[in-house]
Design a protein around this ligand. Structure first.
Ligand code: ADP
Ligand code: 5GP
Length: 204
């Protein structure tokens, strides 16, 4: 069972909107406060991605069996691959007392909302589809086919992201420093100080 701890933080947004870039910065600035929920995926690692750090890279067969076995909090198919958050990934972070950060797409967000995790929900918005395409091409991590799939999905994701009630905040990432400052501000207003949480547990 996944136990309650500090309120998790979910970051969602179209592929290329800047989620990983913003999270990397957040985790670097506050390593003692936030812990990344390492998802499973059936996609191949990109250059520089480490198994067990960025993702648990796995096969479709193994992942479907684990999902069937009830080991996942949520899972979804994205751009032809399966992604999911295992209960263990969230539990591993919870045990450290840190705020668990999940980088997941919209179907996963819908599923997580039905659990008792009660996360803070952040949507990262790209300035436009054409800028998204420019960034994805610049990142140079996808085949043309995968890139097109990601761009097509982006339209549906942006629609979902903009619907009132789906997220607590929508952050426009037209400028990285500005977007990061907004994320930081949202966190400082909404994430309870982790040390305070430990004091509460100790009855102080
Ligand atoms: P995601 O994790 O949402 O798929 P990334 O963080 O990988 O997106 O960002 C996609 C690409 O866009 C990366 O090459 C990143 O360096 C770049 N990028 C992110 N934010 C900005 C920004 N505000 N302006 C320009 N380029 C950006
Ligand atoms: P990428 O292949 O670019 O790393 O991720 C593609 C998409 O999958 C992104 O929108 C990312 O947020 C999402 N994603 C990553 N891990 C998970 C997960 O565990 N569950 C779900 N539902 N989506 C995920």
């Amino acid at each position: 069972m996944v136990q309650k701890g500090p309120r998790p933080l979910v970051i969602c947004g179209p592929s290329g909107s800047g989620k990983s870039t913003l999270l990397k910065r957040l985790l670097k600035e506050f390593p003692d406060m936030f812990g990344f929920s390492v998802s499973h995926t059936t996609r191949s690692p990109r250059p520089g991605e480490k198994d067990g750090v960025h993702y648990h890279f796995t096969t479709k067969e193994k992942m479907l069996a684990a999902i069937e076995n009830g080991e996942f909090l949520e899972s979804a198919t994205f751009s032809g691959n399966t992604y999911g958050t295992s209960k263990r990934a969230v539990e591993d972070v919870r045990r450290t007392g840190k705020v668990c950060v999940l980088d997941i797409e919209i179907e996963g967000v819908k599923q997580v909302k039905r659990t008792d995790l009660d996360p803070l929900l952040v949507f990262i918005m790209p300035p436009s589809i054409s800028e998204l395409e420019r960034r994805l091409r610049g990142r140079n991590t996808d085949t043309e086919e995968a890139l097109m799939l990601r761009l097509n999905t982006a339209k549906k994701e942006i629609e979902f992201g903009q619907q009132p009630g789906n997220f607590h905040i929508i952050i426009l990432n037209d400028n990285l420093n500005k977007a990061y400052a907004e994320l930081r501000e949202f966190i400082s207003q909404n994430v309870k100080d982790v040390d305070q949480d430990k004091n509460d547990e100790a009855g102080q």
